[in-house]
Design a protein around this ligand. Sequence first.
Ligand SMILES: [Mg+2]
Length: 182
Amino acid sequence: MTIRIGVDLDTTLNELEITWLERYNADYNDCLTVENMIDWDVSAYVKPECGYKVYDYLDEPGFFRNLGIKPGAREGMQFLWEHFEVYIVSAAHPNTVADKWGWIQEHLPFIPYEHFIALSRKDLLKLDYLIDDGPHNIEQFSGTGIVFDMPYNRHLPDRYLRFSYWRDITDYFARLVANQPK
Ligand SMILES: [Mg+2]
């Protein structure tokens, strides 16, 4: 049986949160860290003079193209790609799709474009697993949700699998492969 895995892009594969905070801290003379990201809505904890303007960074051409990649993410995705049917699923504004695809081509060149899906309603896809940091995506998903740990998703119940590092995600699926009937 083919197992289909959906993998989120922002903050799960790329380091959106790092660059986003760096840009905001520099422009607004603040010192927020990832541990301060206790709410999915970033405007909730930035300085009032920034507020919703914090989302303007995401509209800059090239912003999503130049993000870092999570340690172990390339190796993990290579393993998943070799053993499962894998899709990168990202709630991407149409203006950002080319940058996101350019990033995937650079960092995960073995993923063909047919396996990159720009979609907000990830629950509509027939996936067995979804690896995601977005609490709403995990809660709406009817398959096995795997939470990529961030402060803003720690309120999710323990029934979801939770990992902080790609090497642990890779280990989890490696055990699944090892236990599959031959
Ligand atoms: Mg995400």
